[in-house]
Design a protein around this ligand. Structure first.
Ligand code: PRX
Length: 645
């Protein structure tokens, strides 16, 4: 092993579900005999009708088809709620920590059952049926989990839209999956600031009309309700019973759609189904976080992202865990908030994103060290590569050197964690996601798709299916095939670059396509470009990522103005505001450079490689620019770059 390896601490190994030897044995079986392995582990769920067939998957480019447990039937909400009533009805299922540090709520499994049944009946009352798509646009309040589980209970497919997305983005997602019902709140509350969710919905439905809007009261501020369309959740809940039988679903019936950005076009509706997804989410939750009964587990993500789906709601609740749900932000009321919440609720397992770690690291150690954190046993990281400095700070200062860090690599498309340490089995190396989870077969290929052996670097592919894999792009299977299986025929292409070291450890190096990762939020550069060119003063735009100390990547926009427009600072501000209103605050450009021309090939293709280099402030290695239609534009771009070291 190379230097800087952190062995598994003895106490961690002693209590862990999986040690090194067990990992090796289970991993081998999982890839040599997937039917046997998953057939056994599928039993972790309660099935209404047991499956007889386990894996039926094809990565053949001409016939991509992914099915797991295909003849089994089950219900996800029964697995996440009902089946725990007898053994752990009075155990906390959800601990909700509000934005305001003086407010929290504990919801037991019994209470969760009551709430989910009510919510399911409210949906029925609004005419929502099995197979219907329901858009959820909620803040991080318990009703978000109730709504998800209620949809699952009646067989409706939820599509959660992150509360930070604009009315236009929301409208586009409502329209794309032809959703007829929206669940929202009057307002959200984050860091003491109100988020006008219902007002955003009102704007969105002007473009994408729906039959019903169910509104949860959160702040109590004045909002407009439209008769015949909008109903208050609490009014409807008062009228319905708290019994709603879970609907029998096929393992391959869709559970949810979640939109995510790609290199081209509009966001894709990633479809996850019922059986395989839940088997995979619950199994990874148990083993990656080494979850034991009675542990308090906290994932700081938002349910608007896949991490919130799999590791706040579905995985933990399927395991009968206590999951903490946090409404606020890491720095409110102060940068000690995370650690204060850990002490307040005795959190044992804490899972967050590198961008939050870097921001808190910058705020000073005293905000951490003034708290006890003695309950913490395990730390996790997700969403982007974690730089060794942030890893080391997380390990030494937050975890006082005693808590292993699981750096978990996965994607919206993968449903659950694919490459990760297991705390009792895997020696750690700062910055490496280490080794594959059971059943996952990563490989590294070169640009032509040749497999590269041993210690190497290239593009990360997965050679065979695992149960949590997305099944299709909603309404567009061909786009699914083209996006993930066309680059390297017969292989799932992740879009990530990756290095493998001599110990077989994987090191994710970041996206190799036109997707950028800003504070762990995934964004297509094409989306930001189309928002910019929608502005009347913009003629052309090219967007790239650049290294950003806190966000991981920042958004760098090159903008060519219409003839006669003045390149002023106030126009820059106007463009930022414009992008925020088109997509949402997460897409705000950090740097805008007005460029009289963009570097293009003679056939008119923008040479992004050059733009990336300039944005990175490393333009002495621009490579060959002789094929450009007008090489002189490059000098102007360099002279006026916005990111000087
Ligand atoms: O580039 C990888 C990065 O996030 C991308 C997936 O983004 P999204 O679908 O939004 O899901 C994020 C949460 C699962 C990946 O293609 N990524 C995610 N986790 C890691 C990571 N990069 C490096 N290390 C990670 N642990």
């Amino acid at each position: 092993m190379s230097a800087n390896v952190f062995p598994v601490p003895a106490d961690v190994a002693a209590r862990a579900h999986i040690d090194e030897q067990k990992y090796t044995e289970m991993y081998r079986r999982s890839v040599e005999d997937p039917d046997g392995f998953w057939g056994e582990h599928g039993k972790r769920l309660d099935w209404i009708k047991p499956y007889s067939r386990v894996k039926n998957t094809s990565y053949d480019f001409h016939n991509v088809s992914i099915k797991w447990f295909e003849d089994g039937t089950l219900n996800v909400s029964a697995n996440c709620v009902d089946r725990h009533l007898e053994t752990r009805g009075d155990q906390p299922a959800i601990i909700w920590e509000a934005d305001d540090p003086n407010e929290h709520k504990v919801i037991t499994y019994k209470e969760l059952h009551h709430e989910v049944n009510k919510f399911a009946n409210v949906l029925h009352g609004q005419g929502v049926k099995k197979g219907d798509r329901v858009t959820i646009y909620l803040p991080m309040i318990p009703e978000a989990a109730y709504a998800m589980l209620a949809c699952a209970r009646i067989g409706a497919i939820h599509s959660i839209v992150f509360g930070g997305f604009s009315p236009d983005s929301l409208a586009q997602r409502i329209d794309s999956c032809k959703s007829n019902c929206i669940i929202t709140a009057d307002e959200g509350l984050r860091g003491g600031r109100k988020v006008p969710l219902k007002a955003n919905v009102d704007k969105a439905v002007e473009k994408a009309p729906v039959d019903c809007v169910i509104v949860v009261k959160r702040t109590g501020s004045e909002i407009t309700m439209k008769d015949g369309r909008d109903v208050w959740y609490h009014d409807e809940a008062d009228r319905v019973s708290d019994h709603c039988a879970p609907v029998e679903m096929n393992a391959e019936d869709p559970l949810f759609i979640l939109y995510t950005s790609g290199s081209t076009g509009q966001p894709k509706g990633v479809v996850h189904t019922t059986g395989g997804y839940l088997v995979y989410a619950s199994m990874t939750h148990k083993y990656v976080f080494d979850y034991h009964d009675g542990d308090v587990y906290w994932c700081t993500a938002d349910v608007g992202w896949v991490t919130g789906h799999s590791y706040i709601v579905y995985g933990p609740l399927a395991n009968g865990a206590t999951t903490l749900m946090f409404e606020g932000v890491p720095t409110y009321p102060g940068p000690g908030r995370f650690w204060e919440v850990c002490d307040k609720h005795n959190v044992n397992i804490f899972y967050t994103a590198p961008t939050a770690i870097r921001a808190l690291m910058g705020a000073g150690d005293e905000h951490v060290t003034k708290t006890s954190r003695k309950s913490l046993r395990l730390l996790g990281s997700v969403g982007e590569p974690i730089n060794p400095e942030a890893w080391t700070w997380y390990h030494n200062v937050v975890g006082e050197g005693r808590c292993p860090i699981v750096d978990t690599w996965w994607q919206t498309e993968t449903g659950g964690i694919l490459i990760t340490p297991l705390p009792g089995a895997t020696p750690l190396k700062p910055g490496s996601a280490t080794r594959p989870f059971f059943g996952v077969q990563p490989a590294i290929v070169d640009a032509e798709g040749n497999f590269l052996d041993g210690a190497t670097e290239g593009n990360l592919v997965i050679t065979d299916s695992w149960p949590g894999q997305m099944r299709t792009v909603y309404g567009d299977h061909e786009r699914f095939v083209q996006t993930y299986f066309a680059t390297y025929k017969g292989l799932y292409f992740t879009g990530d670059g990756c290095r493998r070291d001599g110990d077989g450890y994987y090191w994710i190096t970041g996206r190799v396509d036109d997707v950028i990762n800003v504070s762990g939020h995934r964004m297509g550069t094409a989306e930001v470009e189309s928002a910019l060119v929608a502005h009347p003063k913009v003629s052309e735009a090219a967007v790239v990522g650049y290294p950003h100390d806190i966000k991981g990547q920042g958004i760098y926009a090159y903008v060519t103005l219409m003839e006669g427009e003045e390149p002023t600072d106030s126009l820059k501000k106007e463009l930022v505001t414009h992008v925020r209103s088109e997509i949402g605050p997460i897409a705000s450009p950090d740097l805008i450079q007005f460029a009289p021309g963009l570097p293009k090939t003679r056939s008119g293709k923008i040479m992004r490689r050059i733009l990336r280099k300039i944005a990175e402030d490393s333009f002495d290695s621009l490579g060959d620019t002789s094929t450009l239609a007008d090489p002189a534009v490059v000098d102007d771009l360099i002279d006026n770059r916005q990111n000087r070291a």
